[in-house]
Design a protein around this ligand. Structure first.
Ligand code: ADP
Length: 290
């Protein structure tokens, strides 16, 4: 297993500003793989994807065989606009069986959601046992956009860090393995991606003029991200920062992180709750039709 999780994990002394969004931590040297790193990483993703699909199937099968087994995996994706959350869902989560996935995006809260605690809608969106959940944005928006755009007073969003840690502890106790990933892009890469969207009419739907307004808040967002990750990276629910300027590295790294989390769950295919030999005989001998 690679050391990617270790390299990307938010630990003591973490500084978001020290992470190079164009970096490729853990990627082998070009001379080792003897080909262009992008081609290599894309090829590796195929293999990683097959392993993810197997792990997911074992998780699904385990829950089906034993209703008392509440285990599930939840990938939380956070990023600045154009950070690649949708691409990651497509390329990494897309390697698994859609039947076993539970993908939820979080936008501005509705009037109903605002009448509840900020974690209310998150609770409701959790994957059921046996499923792999993907959160495209999450409860972390409540200490990110809410802080930066001053949607709540400081004492409110400050109090949310410990609430989030308690909540994630509860999730861990309830069988949820969390993989929290910030896709980290640079200001320049965001500009490139926004311009690309405007050059291509098939990408207009992805563009929002509000994304440009948000660029003015870039430093405030970086600070909010730093604080959220520093306060809420725990042993049970660590944060990982994935350099995401290079999409091929991003996908390769996120696949590694998910696989690492799956392996920590020690999943296996459940044994048969019937006698396979006897069942084979019954089928071969044929059953009389009525
Ligand atoms: P995305 O940008 O993820 O592709 P949208 O274009 O629908 O999806 O954007 C979702 C928007 O909802 C983002 O601007 C995000 O900051 C905002 N949002 C998410 N959660 C909250 C929240 N709790 N409070 C306010 N805004 C939120």
């Amino acid at each position: 297993m690679s050391n990617v999780p270790e390299l990307l994990r938010v630990g003591t002394g973490f500084a978001l500003s020290a992470v190079d969004p164009a970096g490729t931590p853990g990627l082998p040297e070009k001379k080792t793989v003897r080909k262009d790193p992008k081609t290599w990483a894309r090829e590796q993703l195929v293999d990683l994807g097959a392993q993810l699909a197997t792990q997911q199937e074992m998780l699904f099968a385990t829950a089906k065989a034993d209703p008392k087994d509440k285990r599930r995996l939840l990938l939380v994706l956070q990023a600045m606009d154009c950070g690649g959350k949708d691409g990651t869902v497509k390329k990494v989560a897309g390697t698994m069986n859609p039947q076993g996935l539970h993908i939820v995006g979080f936008g501005p809260p509705t009037a109903t959601e605002l009448r509840h605690d900020f974690l209310w809608r998150i609770h409701r969106a959790l994957p059921k046992p046996g499923l792999v959940g993907v959160f495209n944005r999450s409860h972390y928006e409540d200490v990110l956009v809410v802080r930066v755009r001053k949607l709540a007073p400081k004492r409110v969003w400050l109090s949310r860090y410990p609430q989030i840690n308690d909540f994630e502890q509860e999730l861990a106790d309830a069988g949820v393995t969390l993989v929290k990933v910030m896709l980290h892009i640079s200001f320049e890469e965001q500009q490139r991606r926004l311009l690309e969207r405007l050059r291509d009419p098939t990408k207009f739907w992805k563009y929002s003029p509000a994304d440009v307004d948000n660029r003015a808040y870039w430093p405030a967002y970086q600070e909010a991200y730093h604080d959220a990750l520093a306060h809420c990276s725990t042993d049970l629910a660590p944060w990982y920062v994935v350099p995401a300027d290079r999409k091929w590295y991003r996908d390769w790294a996120v696949a590694h992180l998910m696989l690492h989390a799956f392996k920590g769950m020690n999943l296996q295919y459940p044994p048969a709750n019937f006698d396979p030999q006897r069942e084979r005989q019954r089928i071969e001998e044929g059953v009389s039709q009525t």
